[in-house]
Structure formats: structure tokens, C-alpha cells
Design a protein around this ligand. Structure first.
Ligand SMILES: [Zn+2]
Length: 67
């Protein structure tokens, strides 16, 4: 197995709810579209910020019966 750097708390393949904090401008934000090892750009200073916390929300599974 290749060694992969863990850049985010969540390491799954699905989407997570991310909590971000930019140290440059002391700004905090959340995003419903947060992925493993993916950063977001701070809107104020363009810094790449990795989430310090990620929450996997249970999604309702909708099964569609094809017509
Ligand atoms: Zn910032």
C-alpha cells in the first residue's frame, strides 16, 4: 500500500462537512463540500487552508427503482 500523507482528519472517499480556520486573517468558515486531503482557499487572503475538523454526515440513501 502506498503511503499517503494525511492532510485532513477525514480520510474517506466521500464528502464531509469541513471546518476551516485561516491563521492569516483569523477567519473561520465551514463548508458542506469538503473532501479528504483537499484544501480550500481563504477568500480574504488566498491561503490554502486544510480543514481542522471534518464531520461525516449520514446521508439518506435514496434508492430509485428505474422505470
Ligand atoms: Zn485568510
Amino acid at each position: 500500500m502506498p503511503t499517503q500523507k494525511k492532510l485532513t482528519p477525514y480520510q474517506g472517499k466521500r464528502r464531509a462537512f469541513g471546518h476551516f480556520y485561516c491563521e492569516e486573517c483569523d477567519k473561520e468558515w465551514t463548508s458542506a463540500n469538503s473532501w479528504a486531503n483537499c484544501y480550500q482557499i481563504c477568500r480574504d487572503c488566498d491561503t490554502c487552508v486544510y480543514p481542522y475538523k471534518q464531520v461525516r454526515k449520514r446521508l439518506k440513501v435514496v434508492v430509485r427503482i428505474g422505470i
